[in-house]
Design a protein around this ligand. Structure first.
Ligand code: SF4
Length: 183
């Protein structure tokens, strides 16, 4: 995979920063799974990409570690109050859309895309996740889970990538990844 082409495409798509890292440098914290279980986001058990349906913390880590590398995408978008989900939800959805588009463009350049994406929110590929209708996942090839479902420490990721990450203020910061280079 040509790193410079990835950087160019990511910048054109509007990402603030992009980095290519080794998956060995990711920090997995299985205790994060309890935060999913508390279900503040309301998606626990309601999306095939979310816990517990996506798999255990260990299974999710194993899935990532089958690959050597990851592209990390970061967006930084102004929002009046980054703690207000009404304001940040559309920004998050746009970050996911940008990530999908970026991956599609990378594929179109002929890059070997043998991996999968990790997003900043629940899988939103379908308007309504099939699990809510008691049906199997409608697009398993497009299903994604978020960094939290993989128990990836986003703060450590930001630090490793030398990317800023605020917990207050007026800049909504989101991360997504594409893991690649299968072992
Ligand atoms: S692809 Fe559709 S059915 Fe499958 S997890 Fe995503 S939203 Fe749900």
């Amino acid at each position: 995979m040509d790193v410079n082409t990835i950087y160019e495409i990511a910048a054109e798509e509007g990402f603030a920063n992009v980095a290519v890292i080794n998956t060995e440098d990711l920090e997995f914290v299985s205790a994060f799974r309890t935060l999913c279980e508390e279900n503040d986001c309301g998606n626990y058990g309601k999306n095939y990409g979310c816990p517990p349906l996506c798999g255990t913390a260990e299974e999710m880590k194993d899935r990532v570690m089958k690959y050597r590398k990851a592209v990390v995408f970061q967006s930084r978008t102004k929002a009046a109050d980054i703690m207000d989900p009404v304001l940040t939800k559309p920004i998050k959805k746009n970050h996911i859309r940008m990530t999908r588009h970026c991956i599609k463009r990378m594929e179109e350049t002929g890059m070997a895309m043998d991996g999968f994406s990790i997003m900043c929110g629940p899988c939103d590929f379908c308007a309504v996740c099939a699990v809510l209708e008691g049906k199997p996942c409608a697009h398993e090839d497009m299903r994604s889970s978020c960094l939290s479902a993989y128990c990836i420490n986003a703060s450590a990721l930001a630090e490793h990538c030398h990317m800023e990450m605020e917990w207050g203020g007026n800049i909504a910061t989101f991360f997504s990844m594409y893991v690649f280079d299968k072992r």
